[in-house]
Design a protein around this ligand. Sequence first.
Ligand SMILES: NC(=O)c1ccc[n+]([C@@H]2O[C@H](COP(=O)([O-])OP(=O)(O)OC[C@H]3O[C@@H](n4cnc5c(N)ncnc54)[C@H](O)[C@@H]3O)[C@@H](O)[C@H]2O)c1
Length: 429
Amino acid sequence: MKITIIGTGFVGVVSAAVYASFGHTVVGLDIDEKKVQALRNGKVPFYEPGLEELLLEQQKDGNLSFTTDYGEAVGGSDIVIIAVGTPSTDEGKANLSYLYAATESLASHLKEGVIVVVKSTVPPGTLDAVDDILKTHATARYDLASVPEFLREGSAVSDTLNPDRVVLGATNEKVFEVLEDLHSPLKAPIVKVTPESAQMGKYAANAYLATRITFINQIADLCEHNGADVQEVISVIGLDKRVGGHYWYPGFGYGGSCFPKDVKELAYYSRLVGEDQNLFNKVNELNNQRINRLLTAYGKKIGGWEGKQVAVLGLSFKPNTDDMREAPSTKVVPWVVEKGAEVHGFDPKALKSAEYFLQDTQIELHETIEAAVAGADVVIALIEWSEIVAFDYASTKEDKKQYFIDARNQFNPEKISKAGYEYLGVGRK
Ligand SMILES: NC(=O)c1ccc[n+]([C@@H]2O[C@H](COP(=O)([O-])OP(=O)(O)OC[C@H]3O[C@@H](n4cnc5c(N)ncnc54)[C@H](O)[C@@H]3O)[C@@H](O)[C@H]2O)c1
């Protein structure tokens, strides 16, 4: 089959490379000429383990190409997949202007019988608006489907090749058949639902995980009042089969390009349909307050931030990515700088992203952990990159009082204390 992917951002490139690896002819299209040029040269414009290798392999095999030309990309295509960005406004409304613009651009090039798939995360009902645009601009007969994406940055290639499930949202059997066939190389359960259930399912999945993080953060805050240790509490609740011991991350709150946006969009959607008193408003609010709350509390423990030399380790929003969209560092660094601290930063892959995301903030970026930590009064281990967790902090210990803030409870407190630092975790003894 010929498959077109509209939008070669994070989701688009990964999907394009994976569908090409199934033996289809895949064309990726983007309006960003620089991005397309880089991709044509086999360069992925962001860091994602294993992606560049897969991309090069598929380009060499002739299965995968990139263009900015809608006619070339969409013409003759059996399936057109839209994966453009859907960022949210401050109040949480999903900005669908890229989706609508892409739909308008592709409409006149569709071949008879094509399936147009929306992969971008969109509110329920969006397919009707896409249909309205296509009705106005397309002459070919087409079908519509919603196939939300569940990959995680940092493990996107393996997530796409080994998904927990593939969700197909459509209204007719023929579309289900074609999309089932497309995903058949993946040994994963296929969930066939309506487009609205697919869209709600995507928001519900992210909102649940964000709520789980917010829930354990609330428990961690209570532990601070009574000497309980949230990690011990997790071991207590985790053995309950209804709860499970996985995916507990007490810390500075959730970040990244998806959770904050999707929770905000779900809260906005809830208000829009008259559900003003909804959980998602509160989850969003608690998460937004989190960094200010924790840094204020740590400030009291360390004798104030003013004049302190602070090493911030881990600038991306999670390990194994250079994506800094809504990364905790983008809030933590300006916050401590504003309180009068001098900040040194390190990240294994996101130093280039940091130059952009922290361009208005006073921070000195370093290529090594040693250089970032040298002379620090306070080390903030924000993201658990393996090299940050494995580093020997005793080797850089100075002859002065030093604090170690473990923002995601990823370190052994005893080991850090032995290295000479006063250990400060989240909700820990
Ligand atoms: N990043 C993730 O981990 C992830 C995971 C699951 C779902 N999603 C969802 O997938 C969608 C895409 O996310 P992303 O992170 O890949 O976004 P992104 O911002 O990385 O990429 C979007 C791309 O679309 C391109 N684009 C914009 N308008 C266009 C147009 N009219 N025609 C062609 N290309 C156009 C942009 O130039 C950009 O390259 C979003 O809805 C997001 O919520 C993302």
